[in-house]
Write a protein that binds this ligand. Sequence first.
Ligand SMILES: [Zn+2]
Length: 96
Amino acid sequence: MKRRVIAVLVCVCFVVALLFSAVSVSENIHHACSGDACQICLYISHIAHTLKQLRVVAFTAVSIILCGIAALFVIAFRGPQQAHHGLISLKVQLNR
Ligand SMILES: [Zn+2]
């Protein structure tokens, strides 16, 4: 139970950080740029890079979940198992 609470809190922090990052970038995108050493441009670049990395992580997590669901469907809805028909299961007597 404690792990679930921690996992939910981490997810909430992740989403809030994503939202605030996007809002921060959108508010600072049109700023009075001071040139090459502009701290706001550096800040925006850093946040954009972090958001790209998080997008890759989110895409990977969703892909893994979808593959797991597909595997469950394949296991649940596969056709009837073919029984192995060997000599013993067919009760064949070889000594006749
Ligand atoms: Zn700038």
